[in-house]
Design a protein around this ligand. Structure first.
Ligand SMILES: Cc1cc2nc3c(=O)[nH]c(=O)nc-3n(C[C@H](O)[C@H](O)[C@H](O)COP(=O)(O)O)c2cc1C
Length: 329
């Protein structure tokens, strides 16, 4: 039917022009599963509830959407100023400003249910038990595909990093949530610990479907004129390119310590940054601070990552995950 030279050309060209396979599974073996069409998603707190961005690009192009941290009651957040620029990133002390869990259940989830891309709700309990109560409230709500436990926020007086710095408390928070929901539970780790592997194992042993590394690194800035800290709470969370090497090291260590998927987060702004995280052991990645300078950062990372895979003849993104791990002797 087709002239032979054309068929030959098609057969030779086709394998090269096949786009790489991007699908990843963040909860293999879990009841509901969490298969993403690609490994790129926003980092909590840098994408609001997703609706603003949905006006500017097709949200379904993303692997997943991650919500702002949700608390039991609505919160107004910390006093201003809440952010400070640093040479290679930013400090924030937002203090979990959010609409509260009832509005998420009653209003936002119904709108998320219309998207094809899964929505992961980031929850922040004040106590270990509150993580369980919030998980129970969100269980079975259409539009919510998974939970991410924020046991790593450095900008609140109770809960947050206080829970995430202690392996026993981190394990209890994970257990409390896992027992109360069929949704996959992702636990977001703080880098502000001596041994992240210990923390990771404690959460994995209690049934976490996946881990996310990392939340922000505690830092501060001084206002020379006022001779006072810039942020009213003195310290804040450092994010952006400055923390990328720390985040990479944590992904590398944590992904060798557990058998569940790890999501890499911290300073990613290009496709090649994302590839580094995958090679270090991440199954998926989150983009945060980069979005503030470039609202299309997520799409740029996805396009750059896909182009890198194609240019390097990687047919399936899963083939490069953890390729930088030490080779067993
Ligand atoms: C303004 C701001 C708000 C954030 N809010 C949350 C939050 O609500 N919950 C959470 O788990 N992490 C929050 N984070 C941390 C990010 O999700 C991410 O872990 C961190 O910024 C590192 O990634 P990045 O360097 O790509 O920004 C926030 C970060 C920023 C900059």
């Amino acid at each position: 039917m087709f002239p032979a030279p054309l068929v030959r050309r098609f057969l030779i060209a086709y394998p090269e022009s096949m786009p790489p396979r991007l699908e990843v599974d963040l909860a293999p073996g879990h009841k509901t599963g969490l298969v993403l069409r690609n490994p790129v998603m926003p980092a909590s707190g840098t994408f609001s509830w997703g609706f603003e961005f949905a006006k500017h690009f097709d949200i379904n192009a993303l692997g997943a959407v991650v919500s702002k941290g949700v608390t039991m009651a609505p919160r107004g957040g910390n006093r201003q100023p809440r952010v400070a620029q640093t040479p290679a990133g930013m400090l924030n002390s937002i203090g979990l400003q959010n609409v509260g869990i009832s509005e998420v259940i009653d209003e936002l989830a119904a709108a998320w249910a219309k998207w094809k891309t899964p929505v992961i709700v980031n929850i922040a309990g004040d106590t270990v038990d509150e993580f369980g109560r919030m998980a129970a409230m969100l269980d079975g709500i259409p539009g919510i595909a998974a939970l991410e436990l924020n046991i790593s926020c450095p900008n609140v007086d109770v809960g947050g990093m206080e829970i995430g710095q202690d392996p026993a408390s981190a394990a209890r928070a994970t257990r409390a949530a896992v027992r109360k929901t069929d949704l996959p539970v992702i636990v977001k780790l703080t880098p502000n610990v001596t041994d992240p592997a210990l923390l990771a194992r404690a959460c994995a042993d209690e049934g976490a479907a996946a881990l996310c590394a990392i939340n922000t690194v505690v830092g501060m800035a001084i206002d020379l004129k006022r001779r006072r800290p810039v942020l009213p709470r003195a310290k804040g969370g450092l994010s952006g390119p400055a923390i990328k090497p720390i985040a990479l090291r944590m992904v590398y260590d944590v992904s060798q310590a557990v058998r569940i998927p790890v999501i890499g987060c911290g300073g990613i702004s290009t496709g090649e940054d994302a590839i580094e995280f995958l090679m270090a052991g991440a199954t998926a990645i989150q983009v945060g601070t980069a979005t503030f300078a470039n609202p299309r950062a997520l799409l740029d990372v996805l396009e750059g990552m896909t182009a890198w895979l194609a240019a390097n003849n990687v047919a399936d993104v899963n083939d490069i995950i953890a390729c930088a791990h030490p080779v067993p002797a």
